[in-house]
Design a protein. Structure first.
Length: 247
């Protein structure tokens, strides 16, 4: 089954309430990407082949600029950049458990991979989500719809989505960051947190360049993603801050 046929099969799942899936919305996807700036928005959109929109307004798409398998990625209405599957076929198999359920699995995988040092509070928050995701079963209506296209659902959806995330999440985040900042900011931030990158203690009167990893007394490790006369933008994971620097 080629991608065109897979997209047609996904369309047959739109009417099923349990999936919360709708026809892909190009203008809505561009709006999701708008906060990144016009140039980044266009670069990212060019690398995507839209599959479907969910009830929250988020978009599932094939990442054409990714690996040979073209992972299915998710752009959420709250700024999420997640991975759903290694290809459209995997996505079809996973979606049998329901659209909102796949969304929760992606959230769990994102938090697990990007948080190298979870606190007890983090683990307590994610534990019920993991238990729910591990217990997911295909829904009969979805199984029947997929069977028409010769697709058999997988038994352990979470394991499949975790595998896709471990292979494709960092490359996808790097792609988004490079389009936005010119450097793989989030990956560099992760390396700074895990000790894989040398940190400089932040001093407002010192000079910094894009790509420098710093340690801030309040915000922790960060990476310079934009530099102007006397100031710079530093990403601290999910939050960006404007800090002073020497010219």
């Amino acid at each position: 089954m080629d991608v065109r046929e897979q997209k047609a099969l996904i369309a047959t799942l739109f009417p099923i309430r349990a999936n919360d899936l709708r026809r892909p919305n190009k203008s809505g996807t561009l709006q999701l990407l708008a906060p990144l700036g016009e140039t980044a928005r266009d670069k990212i959109a060019l690398g995507l082949d839209l599959l479907t929109t969910d009830g929250s307004g988020g978009t599932y798409a094939i990442w054409k600029a990714g690996r040979a398998s073209h992972p299915v990625v998710y752009i959420g209405s709250e700024g999420q950049f997640w991975v759903a599957a290694m290809d459209a076929q995997d996505f079809l198999q996973a979606i049998a458990v329901g659209g909102p359920q796949v969304n929760r699995c992606m959230k769990l995988c994102f938090n697990t991979i990007t948080n190298p040092e979870p606190t007890a509070a983090d683990e307590a928050l994610l534990a019920p989500i993991r238990a729910e995701c591990e217990a997911l079963e295909p829904q009969p209506d979805n199984v029947a719809a997929l069977a028409k296209g010769g697709v058999t659902p997988v038994a352990n959806v979470l394991a499949r989505i975790e595998s896709a995330n471990r292979k494709a999440l960092w490359p996808f985040l790097d792609f988004v960051d490079k389009a936005t900042f010119g450097v793989p900011a989030r990956h560099m931030w992760f390396d700074s947190r895990t000790g894989k990158a040398a940190l400089r203690n932040y001093i407002a009167t010192e000079h910094y360049e894009v790509g420098d990893a710093i340690s801030h007394s309040k915000f922790g490790p960060g990476v310079v993603v934009h530099a102007l006369q006397g100031r710079m933008t530093v990403t601290f994971g999910m939050v960006n801050r404007t800090l002073a620097r020497s010219a």
